[in-house]
Design a protein around this ligand. Sequence first.
Ligand code: SAM
Length: 254
Amino acid sequence: MTKPKGQWWNSFYEDVPFHLYLERHDAAELELTLRFLAERLHVQPGARLFDQCCGMGSLSIPLAERGYDVVGVDLCESFIARAKSDTADGVHAVEFFVGDAFQFVPDGACDGAFNWYTSFGYSADDDENVKMIERAFESLKPGAWFALDFPNVPMILANFKERMEHRLTTEEGEIVIARQCRIDNGVMHQSWDWTLPDGRTVSNQSTLRLYQPAELVILFQRAGFTEVELFGGLKGEERTDKSGRCVCVGRRPL
Ligand SMILES: C[S@@+](CC[C@H](N)C(=O)[O-])C[C@H]1O[C@@H](n2cnc3c(N)ncnc32)[C@H](O)[C@@H]1O
């Protein structure tokens, strides 16, 4: 496939050890996530699921191990290579593709779809971002559900910090991640400096369109979804301005 040119998300994840954020070490949280998906997508093992922007398959693989038939797409070639190599022999019902989620629709309609952990809203342009929700809509059988996990913007704004630092311990040594943030016209601009165990610093930038919960609902409706609902957490909690996440769920009409 040809990668869309000039967009930060084409290379951001290839350039830095972002995989460290995507390894799901918290078994209890993973379990809650998988249960949330089964419940809110109204699916059971055997169902076909689309993991849009699947990263290195850290949700697709456990779902496949539980008997779901999963198709995942991601733009990052190294994540897809890792997803394929992390899939245990004997787990057959999972397919991974390098592809652009603004365009990719899996072959064969799905019983449910999800887009997890802030993989949406990267463009400043709503007409561009909505295309990802439209592709999720097209991936589904009539009556099937889509869930999108996004930051809860009221909470982000209430706790906004211009500078954050995060340290990650790896086998090679410590990684220090410093992030500068500013918000301009509803878009969060982040500058990242990754100081790696060998002393090198890699810098990169990202943007996130800060969709308010009600704006996400409108985008879902624009893409054709009905019965759109918001959740504030993995236990199906009601979203409030204090919730950590804003999970938007909608149904492709029958
Ligand atoms: C924060 S990560 C989350 C990964 C995964 N959903 C998870 O929960 O582990 C965001 C992912 O979105 C992918 N991504 C961003 N824009 C994309 C696009 N247009 N098409 C496909 N993947 C994309 C990135 O490559 C990255 O793997």
